[in-house]
Ligand binder design. Structure first.
Ligand SMILES: [Zn+2]
Length: 470
């Protein structure tokens, strides 16, 4: 995959990105970020895993027997995967560029591209490069495309998928703290337009776009329903503003709800009728799956688990209430609690130290697990889920968070309720939200070409990695 490419190769591909997109300043920046930094950037792993959700399943499904590690077939599969990764990263490449991106020989690239074309994984089209004939290779796709945009507090992720749910391109870029809504939406719209161009797709092929925001959202108009929670986004009719930019229907939802939908369709909540999905990171959120479907509530803001009261005399929350769960167990609060003993740290630092056995960091995460477990026990008593799926950054610490969370649910939920609950980590890790956002865009689109709820791609199996960034 692209992460194996050398820095030199990556820089040359960045140049390629610049020349190809010389008229689009924002997009140039995206290509630079994702190419020059990629070999050393842990975000790459997140991007890798989302790709593996769909295309890798297709690539690997051609072999009935799993390959033996180190065997010839294992090497061939690994090389195929590198080619697919590189194509997805850049949207499309010539075979010469593929050789540069993967470090494989031109002959190997040619053979693998032929195999992948036969398998229906990629498609080729004649083109010219530097005046010479070349084969432009893109991922094969079914007609119709949807976009998914996920806004975090300091980053934005944009993905483009075909109507079968295969994610064809996936980019992440940083955003300034308290960025403004219009600037973020402008960049998202530019990026989607650029992705479509990369695939030589007409804008008419775009069916819809879904946007996930880390705040409670009114489903009808995309307005954030609690002012102050996401600065710079209050009173912005997100669906309307984004729809004006891309001239397509735009559906807006809360990020945790999208994470729940991702896990329901492709992850750890598959097959369960009633699931509580909890997202634990800088913020705490949840999504309720009832009767096999995401439960939205009266106006779309169901699942605001982080703003359930945990300590009536506690700190004032950004929502205006006092003592919300997020003021007790949110990532920033844990970091603040560790500041005197450990100094200034990031969430990722804290997770790494905890994984290395640092008692203070382990204690902070375990206490958060207990606080979240107590709130979850109350919720489980109310709607009796069969599964609790814990996702978000902090879930990557595994047992450090999950054991105290599980013990607290078992202790405080009614025995009959507790007995029937399976508490598991999310299987999509940092990809749950973007995968859910794509699923939502498809499900809201008028044309669900080939994307049936009965016939979805294989679930992604992902080993949580504490070093991953979201
Ligand atoms: Zn609150």
């Amino acid at each position: 995959m692209g992460g194996n490419a050398s820095c030199d190769t990556s820089v040359s591909l960045a140049d390629w990105g610049r020349s190809r997109h010389s008229g689009t300043a924002h997009v140039e920046h995206v290509f630079c970020v994702r190419t020059v930094k990629e070999p050393h950037d842990t975000r790459t792993k997140t991007a890798m895993s989302i790709r593996s959700a769909l295309t890798f399943a297709r690539v690997h499904s051609v072999n009935a027997k799993p390959p033996t590690p180190g065997s010839q077939s294992s090497l061939r599969e690994s090389n195929r995967a590198r080619i697919v990764e590189a194509i997805r990263q850049f949207g499309g490449l010539t075979q010469v560029e593929l050789a540069g991106a993967t470090g494989l020989s031109a002959a190997s690239v040619s053979n693998i591209v032929k195999e992948l074309t036969t398998l229906g994984v990629v498609q080729t089209a004649p083109s010219t490069r530097s005046g010479r004939r070349a084969q432009h290779v893109t991922l094969a796709r079914t007609p119709g495309m949807v976009g998914g945009v996920q806004f975090g507090l300091r980053h934005m992720r944009v993905a483009l998928a075909d109507s079968a749910g295969t994610i064809l391109a996936d980019h992440q870029l940083p955003l300034g703290t308290d960025h403004r809504a219009d600037a973020g939406l402008d960049r998202a719209a530019l990026l989607i337009a650029d992705m479509l161009e990369t695939f030589d797709a007409e804008s008419s092929e775009l069916l819809s776009v879904a946007v996930a925001l880390p705040a409670p959202v009114q489903r009808a108009n995309g307005l954030i329903s609690s002012p102050g929670i996401l600065r710079g986004w209050d009173n912005v009719a997100v669906s309307e503003v984004m729809a004006e930019r891309i001239n397509k229907p735009v559906y807006v939802a809360n990020s945790s709800n999208m994470g729940a939908l991702g896990e329901l369709r492709h992850g750890a909540a598959q097959g369960a009728q009633h699931t509580l999905y909890i997202q634990v990171g800088q913020r705490i959120g949840a999504g309720l799956i009832i009767g096999g479907e995401l439960f939205w509530g009266a106006n779309g803001s169901a699942g605001e688990f982080g703003h359930t009261t945990s300590d009536p005399d506690g700190q004032i929350c950004r929502c205006g209430n006092r003592g919300c769960l997020e003021t007790v167990a949110g990532g920033n609060v844990l970091l603040e609690a560790l500041r005197v003993s450990h100094g200034v740290m990031t969430l990722k630092d804290m997770m790494r130290y905890a994984g290395d056995g640092d008692l203070g960091c382990m204690r902070a995460i375990a206490d958060a697990g207990r606080a979240i477990g107590l709130a979850a026990a109350n919720l489980c008593n109310v709607f009796n889920p069969e599964r609790v799926v814990v996702g978000g950054d902090l879930a990557k610490t595994g047992a450090i968070l999950l054991d105290p969370l599980r013990e607290t649910i078992e202790r405080f939920a009614l025995p009959s309720t507790a007995e029937s609950i399976h508490i598991v980590p999310g299987s999509l890790a940092g990809d749950a939200e973007i995968i859910g956002t794509i699923a939502y865009a498809l499900e809201r689109s008028d044309l669900l070409h080939g994307y049936s709820t009965q016939q979805r791609p294989s679930p992604l199996t992902h080993t949580p990695d504490p070093t991953e960034d979201q």
